[in-house]
Design a binder for this molecule. Structure first.
Ligand code: UZR
Ligand code: MG
Length: 247
């Protein structure tokens, strides 16, 4: 979930010189409704691109921590609205990563609705950056950073079922509050903000992570774009470097 990133990606040193054919990382946006399978799709892409350095940056990490005032009325807080995220900070992080710098990504706790005050997740510059979240296509500036936009399209009943399971099991909620929040905020915000952003997608994946054909096609395309074969010729020791650091 929140902390997932490919283990090799965050520890390997940069093997691209400034003269590298890949000057800027390839940025993929993955959006879709809550519990549509976005994270699963990202994890599958990362797994299949194991010979590249891929990092996942989740929009969830950029939730603003709630103020004491907001905490008192947490049931009235709309976590599905674009304003719930610190988009300026997300943008700053993404731009830094694109220029080859590492960034400290905040850690958000869904149980307390607060950011972890003393720890960050260090994300290193990479070949591929995946920006994932329900509203990553909402802000035009974030959208403009993306070389490829994927919308994960999963039926609302399937998503609600998953959401109930996830929120009760992983996020310590009771079922009534999950259903209430869904009707009050999650569904309206999906209709108002998430679904309209589907028009920006280059690729729409039906059924999310179950759709292996779609993932394969995307990975094939990425391999072509990443010019894997050229890189092998220019940097014949690429794989040796990586495997050393994977141990
Ligand atoms: P995904 N969310 C919470 O439930 N609590 C929080 O503190 C912060 C976010 C939910 C948010 C949204 N909405 O639907 C979902 N609500 O996290 C987005 N209500 O996460 O993309 O993994 O479904
Ligand atoms: Mg997710």
């Amino acid at each position: 979930g929140l902390l997932s990133s490919s283990p090799a990606s965050s520890t390997s040193p940069s093997f691209f010189t400034p003269d590298s054919p890949l000057k800027q990382p390839f940025v993929i946006g993955v959006s879709g409704g809550t519990a549509s399978g976005k994270t699963t799709v990202c994890d599958m892409i990362i797994q299949q691109l194991h010979d590249h350095r891929v990092v996942l940056v989740n929009q969830d990490s950029f939730y603003r921590g709630l103020t004491p005032e907001e905490m008192k009325r947490v049931h009235e807080y709309n976590f599905d609205h674009p304003d719930a995220f610190d988009t300026e900070q997300l943008l700053e992080c993404a731009e830094k990563l694109m220029s080859g710098q590492s960034v400290q990504v905040p850690i958000y706790d869904f149980k307390t609705h607060q950011r972890c005050s003393d720890s960050f997740r260090l994300v290193n510059a990479s070949d591929v950056i995946i920006l994932e979240g329900i509203l990553v296509f909402h802000d035009q500036r974030v959208r403009n950073l993306m070389n490829m936009k994927i919308f994960v399209d999963t039926d609302a009943d399937v998503r609600l079922a998953r959401r109930i399971r996830r929120d009760t099991v992983e996020r310590g909620r009771d079922i009534n509050s999950v259903l209430e929040q869904y009707a009050k905020f999650v569904k309206p915000a999906f209709d108002d903000f998430v679904l309209p952003s589907k028009k920006y997608a280059d690729v729409i994946i039906p059924r999310g992570g179950d759709n292996h054909v779609a993932i394969d096609l995307i990975v094939q395309h990425l391999r072509t774009k990443l010019g894997q074969h050229d890189l092998c010729k220019i940097y014949p020791n690429v794989y040796v470097i990586q495997s050393t650091f994977q141990i």
